[in-house]
Design a protein around this ligand. Structure first.
Ligand code: DSN
Length: 415
């Protein structure tokens, strides 16, 4: 039987073998990593297009090499679609991914050594929001805010106190493991009071924002950064949106300051993804992402689990296993033996360390793309509960895996 990767098979059977095994893994497992998804075949094929062969340092109409007739049209199309869908004044579609996009944002807005303020990694923030082992924690005077112990919601009083005390150049918001809406309006007021730029990293929620199901920071933030492959369901890549007044600084920061030639194959695929995101069924998809996260949260609560913040407003939930006498990693490894793939994650004020945290982060973007609905979510929560209970019994985990594979296959191939 022919396979869409047959040319790879012919040239490099080793890589083909790994591609096929990864296809099988992605088809036969329940993928709950909140930052992952299944891009459409159209997106994947655009990623594999001849645009991978072209260099295009610069911007449309102002390149260093020739042969840019179609590249310029492509990049302008991506810029226009990104501006349209997010209602942004300017878009730069060249960032290689989310971390480079954040590096470029700091480059545009700050000088080395400037003060920045972001949410701490153990409280749901991201490495690039000023965490000490990251460039953002090393090259800037970085301070971190937290969530409130009692509510596990962003501690706006602490944000305000730190902002007024430290006077950051940039106040960064957005998260990798925060199950609630980000209060952009309140953060904007604090940024204004402290004289800081407000930056929103919407990598996780950009699909929800594009669909209008999560408040958008675009109207009030100076700069908005994102990846393109999470809820947005595009190719691996990054995106920066900003106010017109930051256009020049952002564009210069991306090229030539931090990057060389853009990955035009990724830009082509982003174009396709943004077109998909403008279709009515994208809104339905994002609504289902939320309904599925809610259904799973409800079932976990029925099963006696504690969820960080008690539930979810978005595509993810954080299961706190502190009082279950099982470590997050042990639970995640047991789940993987049953083909349920997630990641162990710190919970706020975790009593265990970052390599052995107390939580499991669960996201619904990928399973929703496969067409799974709220009844499957309840079944998945039951399987996770069972995996945790039989975590030391490989035979029982293997029996759950058989059921998981059967359910996954009943939803067909996701590409
Ligand atoms: N790795 C991403 C996530 O899982 O949230 C963040 O960069």
């Amino acid at each position: 039987m022919s396979h869409w990767m047959d040319p790879v098979k012919e040239i490099d059977p080793d890589v083909f073998d790994l591609i096929q095994k990864e296809e099988d893994r992605q088809r036969d497992s329940i993928r709950l990593i909140a930052s992952e998804n299944y891009a459409s075949k159209a997106v994947m094929q655009a990623t594999a297009s001849v645009f991978t062969n072209k260099y295009a340092e610069g911007y449309p109409g102002k390149r260093y090499y020739l042969g840019q007739e179609f590249v310029d049209k492509l990049e302008n199309l991506a810029i226009d679609r990104a501006k349209d869908i997010f209602g942004a004044e300017h878009a730069n579609v060249q960032p290689y991914s989310g971390s480079p996009a954040n590096l470029e944002m700091y480059y545009a807005l700050c000088e080395p050594g400037d003060t920045i303020l972001g949410m701490g990694l153990p409280h749901g923030g991201h490495l690039t929001h000023g965490w000490k082992v990251n460039f953002s924690g090393r090259f800037f005077d970085a301070h971190q805010y937290s969530v409130k112990k009692e509510t596990e919601r962003i501690d706006l009083e602490e944000v305000r106190r730190l902002a007024l005390e430290k006077r950051p150049k940039v106040l960064v918001c957005g998260a990798s493991a925060y199950p609630r809406f980000i209060p952009f309006d309140e953060l904007k007021s604090i940024a204004d009071e402290a004289g800081a730029y407000l930056v929103a990293d919407i990598a996780h929620i950009s699909g929800l924002v594009a669909a209008g199901l999560h408040p958008s920071p675009v109207p009030m933030a100076d700069v908005v950064t994102s990846t393109t492959h999470k809820t947005l369901r595009g190719p691996r890549g990054g995106l920066i949106l900003c106010k017109k007044k930051h256009k020049k600084a952002i564009d210069r920061a991306v090229f030539p300051a931090c990057q060389g030639g853009p990955h035009l194959n990724a830009v082509a695929a982003l174009c396709v993804a943004l077109k998909e995101a403008a279709q009515p069924d994208f809104l339905t998809y994002q609504k289902n992402v939320l309904a599925n996260a809610n259904a799973m949260a409800e079932r976990f609560l029925e099963l006696g689990y504690r969820l960080v913040t008690g539930g979810t407003d978005n595509h993810l939930l954080l299961l706190d296993l502190t009082d279950k006498d099982v470590e997050g990693k042990v639970a995640a490894v047991a789940m993987e033996k049953a083909n349920i793939v997630s990641n162990a994650n710190s919970v706020p004020y975790d009593t265990r360390g970052p390599f052995n945290p107390s939580g499991i982060r669960i996201g619904t973007p990928a399973v929703t793309t496969r067409g799974m609905g709220t009844s499957e979510m309840k079944q998945i929560a039951d399987w996770i509960h069972a995996c945790i209970n039989v975590r030391e019994d490989d035979a029982k985990l293997s029996a759950i895996k058989n059921e998981v594979v059967e359910m996954c296959r009943s939803f067909g191939t996701p590409w």
